[in-house]
Design a protein around this ligand. Structure first.
Ligand code: SF4
Ligand code: SF4
Length: 645
């Protein structure tokens, strides 16, 4: 960008940003009439009625609660309002007082009504804190105190950011958003190189995970059937899920595949070795190893991630059951373990991970954006090296278990980071690189595009089902307890219809329009696949925004299950009765808002770079970005409405 243009761009951005902030802030000064709301609040597994209370700042709220089934709690984020709701209008309000020594004491007062003034504006969640059943952690309602400035600010900033980026795409002809140069960590950190070159490296990183994971299975089978009292549920679906989405995938891509304990026994069985390489001088079926079993190759026809897409959809159709019932979690893990063992006896290499693992599909797609990669250092060295030990196996390492040839590998999707190629390469030509976020930008097929769409829609669907205040949706999804077959079928039809028809259809129309706006003559398939890259950074931030509230609100369960992992009344570390206390819950919507804005920024900028190779003319490229940007702005605002509105 020319210096003069750069100056005027900064000026325009600053002025428009000031306007984007000022408008929602000024809305705060519109005078509201205050009044008193008398609300009869009914609590019933797993929701409140009304589920959403909307008032003006300064209004007085008088709640008359009662439970229609078991004992529930009501803990309001951001306000000192906490009470227990029992049947027939019997309630106990928590209050604090100081004893003669100045120590804070807590008591419960029997009350019929609870009155407070809504003196803070914004969106506040109220949640049950009495374990009331399987879906207890998701029993929530919402209090909206107008003016909801944080939400108005989000809308304004999301529009500003989208329009600013579109304008930047239009006025800039030079390279944008290039990021930093790749860094080879094995060069910078010689100790790391020594460690990953060890034959036992992968075994040693799997081992602790292996022990813990299989203990979790035991706890899921024999521990408490109540999800939030069982370590398997709390660690797998709250702690691990958050770590995976928010840290492991954005930074390390398929790092989880490197340490995953589920396919490990199958791989050890197939290799008949825990660490050593069994090298054959004369190759067998193209590889320098013999494996246990039939050693077939996976059929070419299904060498894609369609099966993973459908298996993931099937799994998340029962998502709310899976993540709240220890027995369902144990069943899933045992099923995966059995599948990997059977497949290892029929096929060679990691076919389960490549083509079937429901988690593996999105790990692959999202790892395209991750900040690390394993790649060759100099492709020319590979070209001249006839043996291709990384691909066919060498004395130092197994043939790539993920069937990748690093010499030509340009994307992270199907590299399980097993580090075998680092050991098998006799030329020391493989590195572990740090790179800018969103570096692999070419989707290769519609299976990958559908994976990105499925992940995006499921993040929204889970947000509605699990984080939303609608008890009837939770009941529909929770079919094994509610026994509501027809609502469950409607829930399934909506989920599958949105992921496989409605959203892909809308996206296809968007990319069709993008091709026209860019002046036509661009291969539609190629453009669609390139533009679909926008959905990957966007999806990653959607999932971080979705995974954040469960960890911030339920972290106290982590402390309790550590002391009582099976829910059998133990108190190993003295934290078994750690009281339920969400961590700064009133800030959750604001943090989610920032995450969604980051999703727009990374989605659009990386999408713009993705179409760079396809559309050379900068003007056409900018035009091609208009409709997909509006699509991204729309879906982001759908999620923002759920989280903040
Ligand atoms: S063994 Fe090393 S040099 Fe040879 S093809 Fe593989 S990565 Fe390249
Ligand atoms: S490319 Fe290298 S690190 Fe990646 S899966 Fe294959 S052997 Fe493992």
């Amino acid at each position: 960008m020319a210096p003069r243009l750069k100056k005027s761009a900064i000026l325009v951005f600053t002025l428009t940003l000031a306007v984007a902030i000022l408008i929602p802030v000024l809305l705060r000064f519109i005078p509201y009439e205050t009044r008193t709301h008398h609300i009869s609040l009914k609590a019933k597994k797993y929701g409140y009625s009304p589920s959403r209370i909307v008032v003006n700042r300064g209004d007085t709220i008088v709640l008359k609660p009662t439970s229609l089934d078991v004992t529930h709690g009501f803990l309001l984020d951001g306000y000192p309002v906490e009470f227990i709701i029992k049947q027939q209008g019997l309630n106990f309000l928590k209050y604090d007082w100081k004893d003669d020594d100045g120590n804070l004491q807590t008591d419960w007062d029997k009350v019929n009504e609870i009155e407070f003034v809504a003196d803070k504006s914004g969106k506040f969640t109220f949640r049950c804190f009495q374990t009331c059943g399987n879906l207890h952690p998701f029993m929530t309602g919402e209090l909206i105190v107008r003016p909801n400035t944080a939400y108005h600010l989000f809308i304004s900033l999301s529009v500003w950011l989208t329009l600013s980026l579109l304008w930047l795409f239009r006025v800039s002809s030079g390279p944008l958003f290039a990021g930093f140069k790749k860094i080879n960590l094995l060069d910078r950190l010689p100790w790391l190189k020594r460690i990953v070159k060890l034959r036992s490296f992968q075994f040693l990183v799997i081992l602790p995970n292996f022990v813990v994971f299989y203990l979790f299975i035991l706890s899921a089978l024999w521990g408490s059937p109540v999800g939030n009292r069982n370590i398997a549920i709390i660690f797998v679906w709250i702690a691990w899920w958050f770590m995976l989405k928010a840290i492991i995938v954005p930074l390390g891509g398929r790092f989880w595949c490197m340490i995953c304990p589920l396919p490990a026994p199958a791989e050890w069985l197939s290799r008949r070795s825990l660490t050593a390489v069994r090298y054959l001088q004369k190759p067998f079926k193209g590889l320098h190893h013999r494996f246990t079993g039939l050693q077939k190759d996976w059929p070419k026809r299904i060498s894609n991630i369609w099966l993973q897409n459908f298996l993931f959809l099937a799994m998340i159709s029962f998502g709310i059951i899976l993540i709240t019932r220890p027995i369902a979690t144990a069943f899933l893990f045992l099923l995966i373990l059995a599948a990997t063992l059977v497949l290892a006896l029929i096929y060679r290499q990691r076919v389960f991970c490549l083509y079937l693992c429901p988690v593996g599909g999105f790990l692959g797609t999202y790892s395209m954006a991750s900040m690390s990669e394993i790649r060759v250092i100099d492709p020319e060295v590979c070209r001249k090296h006839k043996e291709k030990s990384c691909y066919v196996g060498g004395e130092g390492g197994w043939a790539c278990p993920w069937k990748q040839y690093p010499g030509k590998m340009k994307r992270n999707n199907y590299c399980g980071l097993c580090t075998e190629c680092i050991k098998s390469c006799p030329k020391d030509n493989i590195g572990v690189f740090m790179r800018p976020f969103g570096s692999d930008r070419a989707l290769k097929g519609y299976d990958e595009m559908f994976n990105a769409i499925i992940m995006l829609v499921v993040a929204i669907a889970f947000s509605v089902t699990m984080l939303g205040p609608w008890g009837f949706i939770k009941e529909a999804a929770n079919v094994t307890e509610s026994r509501q077959i027809i609502p469950f079928l409607i829930y399934l039809a909506s989920l599958w219809g949105l992921t496989l028809l409605v959203v892909p259809g809308l996206f296809a129309l968007t990319t069709k329009g993008a091709g026209r706006l860019a002046g036509g003559g661009i291969n539609h398939r190629a453009l669609t696949l390139r533009l679909a890259y926008i959905l990957i950074p966007l999806g990653i931030f959607f999932w971080i925004a979705f995974s954040l509230p469960p960890i911030m609100t339920n972290y106290s369960y982590i402390l309790s299950v550590l002391s009582d992992p099976l829910g059998l009344g133990w108190d190993i570390f003295g934290t078994a009765n750690y009281s339920f206390k969400p961590f700064i819950p009133e800030w959750i919507p604001v943090i989610q808002g920032f995450l969604l804005l980051a999703g727009i920024y990374f989605g659009l900028t990386r999408g713009y770079l993705a179409i760079g190779e396809l559309i050379k003319d900068p003007r056409s490229r900018a035009m091609a970005m208009i409709l997909p940007s509006l699509f991204a702005l729309f879906v982001v605002n759908v999620l923002a409405k759920l989280y903040m509105g």
